[in-house]
Design a protein around this ligand. Structure first.
Ligand code: PEP
Ligand code: MG
Length: 854
């Protein structure tokens, strides 16, 4: 793996006895050396100056490391170092004096090598002192080309008085009890310390205690030293043990509440009464096997200082090994899941090569911190900064940074990796939450099911689990993490239930059910190209939600009859700049060609809310979901909307041909997102028609998305002004129920089958019917077989979904009668809550001809 990292053989240019007037002059002088030697383009010098305004490049002990901005690395032609020796020093940052200015021109993966050499050098104070004054350039060159040998660190020790205790809090030492420990420890003047294995924390530091990551069953030694150490220890012992009863009772109550909520479900139900933990179904299917609980992903990294020489080496090797690992993961993911999913890991590889990150880690090591701690802190700080910007896209990068940071950490210290070791036999994996890389790396033959305490059904991990075909539940609650490894279980990823210690009879019936599910899936797959025509002859149009032409073959193969939703914001999100009219046009034409005459509904840009595009630099809003998003943004930003509309009408003109008869079923339709009012539609239509006339394109049906209650309620009025509706149930649910679609805590309540949402859909269909308008649904519920039945019964004409959901939905509709679906839909609208609606699936399965035959 290490071999894949290029070796760094920089030219080392040295100027001794330099006396720059200030920091900028020093950087310019060093940059000139690099430019003259052909290492960099002249502009890279300016890039180095810009870097100083956003980061401090003072490494420590009088050594500074100016380097350019990450995105201007292309200005580096050859790797090189320019060293200015400044015997009298030059003021750098916050009063820090620099004596050796080491300007770095290197590709990102070689930056760490330079830092490794410098951090070693910094260890050797005598040599550094010599380098500050020597007139021999060769000495400086030699110092920057050499490596030195590592040294070892000492073991963790307890304080004078101690007692041992085994954590018996069912959910481990979480923040609440830890805060109480801290309070008690702080009331003592003696030092109090908690040790778990080799990891030690000051009992007066909440973060330190939480970083120990103590779980139920972990053995700890609590020790004290100083004023009245015996009294302090007695006090803390009493506090620690007194909390046990309350912690156990709280865990019991949580488990009971979860079990209470776990009534019978549609699908498999046990005949005996196993303990049930309920979450949200995220990837359908039944898995049967022992559970394996992964420890909390919040890693415990204690500060164990070590010589810089070994620290820098270990960081270097860990980064190189992680880069190799990510490459393998990306290749494997690309083979298994496709290019788009693999992209996550290619982007992560970029993150660990980030020079700011590496520099910060090295600065912390130079300050005297251990390598694992320094790396962890650097990741944490940068991820925290990204997350704090309040931009969901950057927050996603922060999560990625933390994910990849953990990989590096496991390389630095294999003990941190041990937590993620899997047992040899296949298991149902239980975890607090799983990062995308953890999920994508799961081997379905070893991990047969997945249950996470946190997360939501639309999290990336849930989506990856579905793609991998691993049954999964999310948002199962912290009680999941208290389960004992090896407990036999049945996981139902469709209903989001975990059944513990099932009886032999229940296991046998679950196995039989799973076999039938498998046979059913195979049968559905065989029939996937047949239309979704109900038994009494009503056809429901079936589309796919896809965003680019490469996805068309898979969608058609799964049985799509066209594309019901092409989300064009991904054209913006996946690239760092705004696509031109020609870029848009090329994509739409390619899409139409790939679809070969099948219908295509393109939604105009829907930016805002959770879909933020960093490079557009839109103003920050307090409540972006209630702000300038969708149609509101389009109307305010003609520079974004008009090129897109021109590109669409050009595609329609060139693809359909100007002679196409009016009213013919043109393959292209345009749809506007997040409409709230009639004036919005009128303005958008006027702009679109103006552009169409200009371009000489044929008529293109213009539809609107029904995503807010106002639009659903006024559907009959809106229908006068547009050609079709497509209901975005993801947003409609969010706005109807006042639940942010990204809120994981409320995810279980944000159910699109809530009767209030169903009534809004019914109103939309009725309003459309008055003007004979076509209604589609392209939100997530269209891909749920039971949801699809309800939607068809409510009067929806077309359902559009992610391709993998197509065979199941089509089969379910084919097995039903439209008359029964209409009755089901009106009964559903009368229910009191979403749970009662979902219960209809089970209650009415036999008469609807739906579900798996028992
Ligand atoms: C929806 O809101 O249901 C929808 C399809 O749009 P998006 O998920 O892109 O917001
Ligand atoms: Mg939407």
């Amino acid at each position: 793996m290490l071999a894949s990292i290029p070796t760094f053989a920089p030219r080392i240019l040295v100027r001794t006895g330099a006396a720059p007037s200030d920091k900028d002059a020093a950087i310019r002088e060093a940059a000139q050396l690099l430019t003259a030697a052909g290492c960099i383009d002249e502009a890279y010098g300016e890039s180095m100056l810009r870097r100083e305004s956003v980061a401090n490049t003072y490494l420590g002990h009088g050594v500074v490391i100016p380097h350019g901005m990450v995105d201007e690395r292309h200005l580096v032609r050859h790797s090189g170092l320019a060293v200015l020796q400044v015997p009298d020093g030059v003021l750098w940052h916050d009063g820090q004096m620099a004596h050796l200015v080491v300007a770095i021109a290197a590709q990102s993966d070689t930056h760490i090598m330079v830092l490794r050499r410098l951090t070693r050098l910094i260890q050797d104070e005598a040599r550094l002192e010599h380098l500050r004054v020597t007139r021999r350039e060769a000495d400086i060159v030699a110092a920057l080309s050499q490596d030195t040998a590592p040294a070892a660190a000492g073991p963790a020790a307890d304080l004078r008085q101690r007692f041992d205790w085994t954590v018996d809090y069912p959910t481990g030492l979480h923040a609440r009890p830890a805060a109480h420990w801290v309070e008690v420890a702080k009331s003592c003047s003696a030092r109090v310390q908690v040790r778990h294995g080799a990891q030690v924390a000051d009992a007066k530091s909440l973060i330190g205690l939480l970083q120990l990551g103590l779980h139920c069953g972990d053995a700890v030694t609590i020790s004290a030293e100083g004023d009245d150490e015996a009294g302090a220890l007695a006090k803390i012992r009493a506090a620690v043990t007194r909390l046990s009863a309350g912690e156990k009772a709280a865990a019991r109550r949580a488990a009971e509440a979860a079990a209470e909520a776990a009534g019978p479900v549609a699908g498999w139900n046990p005949s005996d009464a196993p303990r049930i933990l309920a979450g949200i179904g995220a990837s359908p299917g039944l898995s049967i096997g022992p559970i394996h609980v992964l420890a909390d992903a919040a890693v415990t990294v204690l500060d164990e200082p070590e010589p810089l020489t070994t620290g820098a080496d270990r960081l270097h090797h860990a980064l190189a090994a992680t880069a190799g690992q990510l490459k393998a993961l990306a290749d494997d993911t690309e083979r298994r899941l496709g290019k788009a999913d693999a992209g996550i890991f290619r982007a992560q590889a970029e993150l660990i090569a980030d020079t700011d990150l590496i520099t910060l880690a090295c600065q912390l090591m130079v300050e005297g911190h251990g390598v694992a701690y320094a790396w962890h802190q650097a990741v944490d700080r940068l991820a925290g900064q990204l997350a704090a910007l309040g931009n969901p896209v950057l927050a996603g990068r922060a999560a990625d940074l933390r994910d990849v940071g953990r990989r590096v950490l496991a390389q630095i210290d294999p003990a941190l990796k041990g937590r993620h070791a899997l047992p040899d036999r296949p298991c149902i994996l239980i975890a607090p939450d799983l990062a995308p890389s953890d999920t994508a790396g799961l081997e379905p033959s070893r991990v047969i099911g997945l249950a996470t305490a946190q997360g939501g059904p639309s999290s990336h991990s849930a989506i990856l689990a579905r793609t991998l075909g691993i049954p999964a539940l999310v948002a199962g609650g912290p009680g999941l993490l208290d389960l004992v490894d090896g407990t036999p279980a049945i996981l139902d990823g469709g209903t989001g239930r975990l059944y513990l210690d099932p009886s032999a009879a229940d296991i046998a019936s679950a196995e039989a059910w799973r076999d039938r599910l498998r046979q059913q899936a195979e049968a559905e797959a065989r029939e996937r190209t047949r239309p979704a025509r109900t038994r009494d002859g009503h056809a429901v149009a079936i589309g796919a939600n896809i965003n680019n032409p490469e996805q068309v073959p898979f969608a058609l193969d799964q049985g799509a009859e066209g594309v019901g939703l092409m989300r064009t914001e991904f054209l913006f999100l996946e690239r760092g700049d705004t696509p031109s009219e020609d870029d848009h046009n090329a994509t739409y034409v390619a899409m139409l060609k790939a679809l070969d005459g099948r219908p295509l509904i393109v939604r105009t840009l829907d930016i805002g809310g959770d879909k933020q595009v960093a490079h557009l630099q839109l103003p920050r809003e307090e409540n972006p979901f209630l702000g300038v998003r969708g149609a509101r943004l389009l109307l305010r930003r003609p520079d974004l909307m008009e090129p897109q509309l021109r590109a669409l009408y050009r595609a329609a003109r060139d693809h359909v041909g100007p002679g196409a008869p009016t009213g013919a079923h043109a393959p292209l339709s345009i749809m506007m997102p997040m409409i709230t009012s009639v004036p919005e539609v009128l303005r958008l239509r006027a702009i679109a028609e103006g552009i169409r006339a200009e371009i000489g394109a044929p008529y293109v049906p213009l539809g609107i998305m029904i995503e807010v209650p106002a639009a659903a309620i006024q559907a009959d009025v809106l229908a006068r002004h547009c050609d079709f509706f497509s209901i975005g149930t993801n947003d409609l649910t969010q706005y109807a129920l006042a639940i942010d679609r990204q809120n994981t805590e409320l995810a279980p309540e944000a159910d699109s089958l809530h009767p209030a949402v169903l009534r809004l859909i019914l109103m939309t269909c009725e309003g459309a019917a008055r003007h004979k308008r076509f209604v589609g649904v392209c939100g997530g519920i269209a891909g749920d077989p039971f949801g699809a039945c309800l939607l068809a019964g409510l009067g929806v004409h077309e359902l559009s979904m992610t391709p993998r959901d197509l065979p199941g939905v089509k089969a379910r509709l084919r097995g039903a009668d439209m008359s029964a679906l209409r009755a089901l839909a009106s009964q559903a609208c009368e229910q009191e809550d979403a749970a009662a609606v979902r219960a209809l699936d089970r209650e009415r399965a036999p008469e609807l001809g739906t579900g798996v035959a028992a």
